[in-house]
Design a binder for this molecule. Structure first.
Ligand code: ZN
Length: 428
C-alpha cells in the first residue's frame, strides 16, 4: 500500500485524464462544417470519456446531472481543426547547415514546445509527416498519456527516401558517412524500411517521391523513387494497415505515386491535367501547402535556408498556387496541410486566407481542414465534425469564419476531448 499510494496520488493529481467529467458547451452559433449551415444557439454535450453524446438546440439540450454548460454564447463554434502536414519537432531556425547542430533529444524538446503552440492555435489533430529519431512517436505518446499539451497526432517516423534524395541529408562531405535513417534504395529495401518504421510505432508512412526545395543538390521537379519502388512501399504499408503520404513536387512523381496507390500527394506543385485526372480517378487527396511560400521568400535566408533553396522556391511557389486553383476547379479532393516547421508553428491558420485567395470558398477551405482531413487520416468517425460519437474537440472564434476565414487566425477557445485547453472568452 505504501508503494501504491504515491503512484495513485501521481495519477490523480497530474493526469488530466483523471479530471475527465461529463460536460457541455453552449455556442451562440455553431458552424455545421458538413453542410456549411450556420446554426444558432446550439449546445454540445459530452461524456466523461470526452466523446460527444448530443448536439442540438440549447432549448432542448439535456445536460447531465450537476453540469453547467460552458458559456460561449458570444462566439461561433466549429470542430477542432486538422493540419495533415506538420513537422512539430522542427523549427525554421534549424534550416540549412544549422540543422546539423540539433540533436535528436533537442528535437524532441522542440516538439513539446510546438505541440502546445499548435493545439492552442485551434489545431486539435495533426498528421506529422517526417521527424528524426522517432521523436514524433515519443511526442504522440507523451500527449496521449496526458504529460504534454498538444494535438492528437498521427505520425510517420522518419521519411523514406533514396540515397542523396530530398529525405537524405547532403550537407556533409563523404568522409562523414552520413545517411538519413529513412534511406532505402530498391523495392525490397524500401519494403524492409516500411516494416522497420511500423515496428517502431508509425501510424503512416511518408515517402519522398521527388526532389524538394529545402534539400541540397536536387530539384523539386525531378523524380527520385521509381514507380516500382513506390508500388512496393504502398503495397507493404497497406498490407500493414498504414496509409502513405508522398512528398511529390514533380509532374512525373505525382503521377507515379498516384498510380502506385499512395493515399495523399504532398505539395503537388507541378501537377498537370493528367495528374489531376488520375487523382480524381484514384480518390487520392492533394495537399497543397500554399502559405509557406511567403515565409520562405521573406524570412528563409535569415532562417539559414540555402540560397539554392530560395531560388527553387521562387521558381515553384507561384506555379504551385496556380495549380492549386486548377486542381480545385477540376474537382480533385483536397486536404489542408501547411508544412508547419518550414514556417513558425501556431500560424497554421494563415493558409486559409491563401486558399480563399486562390479560389476556394471559405467553407471549402474549412472542410479541407475538418471533414476531408479526417477522412484522409482514416479518422472520419473520430474527428473533423461536431457530431455524436466523435471526440469533443471544439474551437470557438469571434465572427463568422464562413464569410471571413481570417477569424480562424485568432481562435479564442479550444477544447480537446472535453478538456478546455484555452478560453479567452470567459467574462473578464
Ligand atoms: Zn514537409
Amino acid at each position: 500500500m505504501r508503494k501504491i499510494l504515491p503512484v495513485l496520488l501521481f495519477v490523480f493529481v497530474f493526469s488530466p485524464l483523471a479530471f475527465s467529467a461529463p460536460g457541455a458547451v453552449r455556442c451562440g452559433k455553431l458552424l455545421d462544417v458538413r453542410s456549411g449551415q450556420m446554426l444558432a444557439d446550439q449546445t454540445v454535450v459530452f461524456d466523461a470519456s470526452g466523446t460527444i453524446t448530443s448536439v442540438g438546440s440549447s432549448s432542448s439540450a439535456k445536460l447531465p446531472n450537476r453540469v453547467a454548460a460552458i458559456d460561449l454564447s458570444n462566439a461561433t463554434c466549429l470542430p477542432g481543426l486538422i493540419d495533415v502536414h506538420t513537422h512539430l519537432t522542427s523549427d525554421p531556425t534549424g534550416s540549412g547547415y544549422s540543422s546539423l547542430g540539433i540533436s535528436v533529444p533537442r528535437e524532441a524538446i522542440t516538439g513539446v514546445k510546438n505541440a502546445r503552440l499548435t493545439v492552442r492555435a485551434g489545431f486539435t489533430t495533426v498528421r506529422n509527416v517526417g521527424a528524426s529519431g522517432y521523436t514524433d512517436i515519443a511526442l504522440r505518446d507523451g500527449i496521449d498519456a496526458g504529460e504534454v499539451e498538444g494535438p492528437r497526432m498521427r505520425v510517420s517516423g522518419p521519411p523514406l527516401g533514396i540515397t542523396g534524395g530530398h529525405c537524405d541529408n547532403n550537407l556533409l562531405p563523404s568522409e562523414f558517412h552520413y545517411k538519413a535513417e529513412g534511406v532505402a534504395d530498391g523495392p525490397w529495401a524500401a519494403r524492409a524500411k516500411v516494416r522497420e518504421t511500423v515496428k517502431y510505432g508509425a501510424d503512416l508512412i511518408k515517402v519522398c517521391a521527388s526532389g524538394g526545395v529545402l534539400s541540397k543538390g536536387d530539384q523539386p521537379g525531378t523524380a527520385q523513387y521509381t514507380l516500382e519502388e513506390l508500388q512496393a512501399i504502398a503495397e507493404e504499408a497497406h498490407k500493414l494497415g498504414r496509409k502513405v503520404a508522398a512528398h511529390a513536387h514533380g509532374t512525373q512523381s505525382i503521377k507515379d505515386a498516384i498510380r502506385a496507390g499512395i493515399d495523399s500527394i504532398e505539395h503537388s506543385s507541378l501537377i498537370d491535367d493528367e495528374g489531376i485526372a488520375l487523382a480524381k480517378q484514384h480518390g487520392t487527396y492533394l495537399v497543397f501547402d500554399i502559405y509557406n511560400d511567403d515565409f520562405i521568400l521573406q524570412e528563409g535566408a535569415k532562417a539559414g535556408m540555402l540560397p539554392e533553396s530560395i531560388e527553387k522556391e521562387k521558381k515553384i511557389g507561384r506555379l504551385q498556387r496556380e495549380n492549386f486553383r486548377h486542381a480545385y476547379q477540376s474537382g480533385a479532393k483536397m486536404a489542408f496541410g501547411t508544412d508547419a516547421g518550414v514556417y513558425p508553428h501556431g500560424d497554421n491558420a494563415r493558409q486559409f486566407a491563401k486558399m480563399v485567395e486562390w479560389g476556394m470558398k471559405p467553407i471549402e477551405a474549412i472542410q479541407a481542414a475538418t471533414v476531408n482531413a479526417a477522412d484522409l487520416l482514416g479518422w472520419a468517425d473520430k474527428v473533423g465534425a461536431l457530431e455524436t460519437g466523435r471526440y469533443a474537440d471544439l474551437i470557438a472564434v469571434r465572427g463568422d469564419p464562413a464569410s471571413d476565414v481570417r477569424v480562424l487566425e485568432a481562435v479564442k477557445f479550444v477544447m480537446k476531448g472535453g478538456t478546455v485547453v484555452r478560453n479567452d472568452l470567459a467574462a473578464k
